[in-house]
Structure formats: structure tokens, C-alpha cells
Design a protein around this ligand. Structure first.
Ligand code: 5GP
Ligand code: ZN
Length: 114
């Protein structure tokens, strides 16, 4: 999708501080971090929202979580804790319509989220 911000990051058209990438996934620092560590983990494939996932994406979604686990561990937050969240549509606050897992760590977080 040529007009998608995160497809632009995947393609290298838009700069980002990339922390991990493989054949299916790219992870980069959020431009407006909400915690000392705030990384977005996205599929290279353009998928607009969770509602657009199908059975063919089952392994891909699992990989997003394994990449989050790896980044959290390498940053030293696996024991202290971290939050992984994906927003879907307006009420959840989704603002970029290319699915992304938020990895947040480095501070105490409250529940429920706002
Ligand atoms: P959402 O609100 O859709 O769950 O999350 C979108 C996230 O993308 C936000 O946390 C926002 O700060 C981040 N973001 C928006 N534009 C850019 C950008 O150009 N570069 C990076 N690295 N992050 C962005
Ligand atoms: Zn996209």
C-alpha cells in the first residue's frame, strides 16, 4: 500500500530506528514513546486491522509475539515485565491502519488502560 506509513517504513521510504527485521517482520522504535522502551512490531504484509486477519496469518501473529519477547529479553525487561498490546479501530485508539504490536517496558504500568 503506497499510502500506508508503515508500508513506507517496511520499504525503506520512511526512516525509522529499526531494532529487528526478518523476512516477515520489522520492529522499530515508536516516534512518540510512552515508556522508556516503546517498540512497534509489524508484519511486512499490509494488514489494516485485527479484523482483517485470517487463518493464513496464524503463524505470522505468533511471530510478532516471539519478536516482542526477544526484544524485551535483550533489553533486560523479561523479568521486571513489559506490556504488549495491539489496538483495533477507533475506540481502542488505533491511528495507523497497518497492524502493529506495541511493546512497552521500563516503567510500572497501571490497569485498566485508559
Ligand atoms: P496506534 O495508535 O495505531 O495503536 O499506534 C500508532 C503508533 O505509531 C503511535 O504510538 C505513534 O506514536 C506511532 N507512529 C506514528 N507515526 C510514526 C512514524 O512516522 N514513525 C514511528 N516510528 N512511529 C510512528
Ligand atoms: Zn501498510
Amino acid at each position: 500500500m503506497s499510502d500506508c506509513l508503515f508500508c513506507g517504513i517496511v520499504a525503506g521510504r520512511i526512516p525509522a530506528k529499526i531494532v529487528y527485521q526478518d523476512d516477515q517482520v520489522v520492529a522499530f522504535h515508536d516516534i512518540n514513546p510512552q515508556a522508556p522502551l516503546h517498540v512497534l512490531i509489524i508484519p511486512r504484509e499490509h494488514i489494516a486491522t485485527i479484523n482483517d486477519l485470517g487463518a493464513e496469518h496464524e503463524a505470522l501473529v505468533g511471530r510478532l509475539y516471539l519478536v516482542a519477547q526477544r526484544i524485551a529479553r535483550e533489553a533486560g525487561f523479561d523479568e521486571s515485565g513489559y506490556r504488549v498490546v495491539m489496538n483495533c479501530n477507533a475506540d481502542a485508539g488505533q491511528s495507523v491502519y497497518h497492524i502493529h504490536l506495541h511493546l512497552l517496558a521500563g516503567r510500572h504500568m497501571t490497569w485498566p488502560p485508559g
